[in-house]
Design a protein around this ligand. Structure first.
Ligand code: GTP
Ligand code: MG
Length: 206
């Protein structure tokens, strides 16, 4: 069977990423997003393969998980307003970012999420320029898709102004339900594809 050049390159990149992961440890991913968006539920679902009732995060959780066929070291940071300034300590040296949104949020909360997301992207731009490296890819998870009031992901893309992100910021949007786990592994596969695209290689946590 003849493989296209693109697929050969992607397979080679994937192999390199896998080998580097073996040496340097899995890529670091930080979960951020407003309080109660479902970050910890998603992390625990990925870790244990079942629903675990989460309490609001004070500080952070960190778990090594396997998802989308790859190993990840996932940091989950509390999202309530007063601890959001701490996100920066986790995001400044990460390999990838996951921004979790409650898709059933009303207008005000979606606007709050939009503001935080763009603030984060701006900070990443400054950090990446200062260290002369590509921005970490950004995966937006449209969580709580099981709720009747959940907005479809294409509407959330507009609400969150994703097309206004700078062209150097690679991003993807994935619908999910952290309670059932639906969409989470596909979301992590999408993140892996973004990492290959940005040629972000994992490195040890500093
Ligand atoms: N229906 C539904 N509920 C969800 C989903 N994901 C999380 N939840 C619920 O939303 C609530 C908040 O979930 P958490 O995982 O604690 O949210 P968080 O983003 O970690 O919140 P902080 O730690 O405060 O930042 C919990 O009651 C979860 O059971 C989902 O996909 N669907
Ligand atoms: Mg939490």
């Amino acid at each position: 069977m003849v493989m296209g050049v693109g697929r050969v390159v992607a397979a080679a990149q994937s192999l390199v990423l896998g080998l580097v992961s073996l040496v340097a440890g899995p890529p670091h991913v930080v979960l951020v997003g407003l309080d109660s968006s479902g970050k910890t539920t998603a992390l625990l679902r990925l870790k244990y393969g079942q629903y675990v009732n989460a309490v609001p995060t004070v500080g952070f959780n960190c778990e090594r998980v396997r998802s989308g066929g790859y190993q990840w070291l996932v940091w989950d940071v509390g999202g309530c307003e007063r601890v959001r300034p701490l996100w920066r300590s986790y995001t400044r040296a990460t390999d990838a970012l996951v921004f979790v949104v409650d898709s059933s949020s009303g207008r005000d909360r979606l606007e709050e999420a939009r503001v935080e997301l763009h603030r984060l992207a701006r900070q990443q731009g400054v950090e990446s320029a200062a260290h002369n490296r590509p921005r970490p890819p950004l995966l937006v998870v449209a969580n709580k898709q099981d709720l009747p009031s959940a907005r479809p992901s294409h509407e959330l893309a507009v609400d969150l102004g994703l097309s206004d992100l700078p062209p150097t910021q690679t991003w993807a949007l994935a619908p999910a339900c952290a309670v059932t786990g639906e969409g989470l592994h596909e979301a992590m596969e999408a993140l892996h594809a973004l990492m290959l695209k940005t040629k972000r290689m994992p490195r040890p946590w500093k």
